[in-house]
Design a binder for this molecule. Sequence first.
Ligand code: SAM
Length: 253
Amino acid sequence: MSSMMYEWFPYPSRVVQSKSDLEGFGLWAANAMGKPRDWFLGKTVLELGCGTGEVAAGLGLFGARVIAVDLSFSSIEKGLGLKKKYGLDSVSFVQGDLFLFDPKEKFDVVLSLGVLHHTKNPRKGFGVAVSHVKAGGFVCVGLYNAVGRLRLRWKRWLVGLLAGSDVKKRMETAKKLFYGGRVPPKGEVYLADKFGQPYESYHLVEEVLHWFSEERLVVTHSRPALENHLSWMQIKWFLEKRGAFFVLTGKKN
Ligand SMILES: C[S@@+](CC[C@H](N)C(=O)[O-])C[C@H]1O[C@@H](n2cnc3c(N)ncnc32)[C@H](O)[C@@H]1O
């Protein structure tokens, strides 16, 4: 899990020009959880793997008290920059490992978007997330889908074959193979996240639903919405070139 990669290329490093940009990132996460923005007023939120902090900042602007944790110092630096610039007094950014972090309180919401599939043990990480949520609170995780991501998996396999696990070599190789030798329009941080990272895991919706039921969480929302035939739904995500990333939210009773 090349931990240096997110030091060199803190993700997602979104363009933020105003508070309303940050609110947009908060709204994305609120929608993914199936909650309106007002719902966050007065709630406590723990974000595990906050990256550069745009979602945490957005939820802070909706009136939540947020603790946002990430392994990457440079990502946390960027989060702290947002906090300072936009006066986000209710948002704390903390550098740390989600597997070791001890917040000494339970939260209304524990969020982890696009993080656990970059760890050695996503299932254990999910258990950690659940352990920090209050009874009646919500856990929300976003993961790469094993089927929806097949196209990219194949490209990453090729990159791995040619460039091994060296982050910068992988990025150079991906640039040559897929972007005519140039940085893709979405930028270098995107290239790093998609191809530089030597390891990532992939998950079937069925598998993650099983994690929820093992932890006695009731699934309350899914993005994309779940359909009756889960296998066919995931094949459609692949065929329609969407849904490589899915977000499930559940309630702890
Ligand atoms: C793809 S980024 C996702 C960032 C953000 N959640 C988002 O959705 O844009 C993955 C993040 O997980 C962080 N991460 C990976 N393993 C971690 C761990 N064990 N503890 C805390 N953060 C971790 C990385 O540093 C990186 O910032």
